[in-house]
Design a protein around this ligand. Structure first.
Ligand code: K1U
Ligand code: ZN
Length: 180
């Protein structure tokens, strides 16, 4: 199990590096990220959230409208996004206890490489489109709170300041609904 990095760790603000080759180490990291995501009850995880500043994302959205199986994305790129936008409540494993309604494109097309080095594309809508955008923002050092409305940003100020203080003092951060 990997350790999830919390806001405001500077690694979350870096532009992650492109992966040049899918090595056994990258495959092992992807497997460990997936297990870490499951243990934290998440639906997605980007490598910077486990302090690895590389362009690797895992996503598994359970349920009938979900992804059925995990998706591994190496060097993902959004190739198209819809003009239609929608508002969905987002959370983030790196910002435990914080959520906000965020407006983003409703549909996106994403190109990436899988763990065999094979290119693939996804035409995504709903929660998958949302999660892809959220995770790919992590690769560019962007957090969902950056995209919140001004009113939401103001109301989140106290909670963000609490996480900043815990980071400064080293006080442990409580994950939400963490599995035992
Ligand atoms: O990147 C992350 O921190 C993972 C994040 C993904 C995500 C959730 C919701 C919208 C966009 C992206 C999470 O998995 S947060 C925890 C979670 O499972 C969840 C939270 C809110 C709604 C649905 C799921
Ligand atoms: Zn996140």
């Amino acid at each position: 199990m990997l350790t999830i990095t919390f806001y405001p760790d500077p690694v979350l603000r870096l532009t992650a590096k492109k992966i040049n080759a899918v090595t056994p180490e990258i495959r092992q990291l992807a497997a460990d990220m997936l297990q870490t995501m499951y243990d934290a009850n998440g639906i997605g995880l980007a490598a910077p959230q486990v302090s690895m500043s590389i362009r690797l994302v895992v996503i598994h959205i359970p349920g009938a409208e979900g992804t059925k199986k995990p998706i591994y994305l190496v060097n993902p790129v959004i190739t198209a996004k819809s003009k239609e936008q929608c508002v969905i409540e987002e959370g983030c494993l790196s910002l435990p206890g914080i959520s906000a309604k965020i407006k983003r494109p409703e549909f996106v097309d994403v190109s990436a490489t899988d763990l065999d080095g094979t290119p693939f594309t996804i035409e995504a809508e709903g929660m998958l489109a949302r999660c892809l955008q959220h995770e790919m923002d992590h690769l560019d050092g962007i957090l969902f709170t950056d995209k919140a409305s001004l009113a939401a940003k103001l109301s989140l100020r106290g909670e963000l300041a609490e996480l900043e203080e815990k980071f400064r003092t080293g006080e442990p951060v409580q994950m939400q609904q963490e599995k035992n």
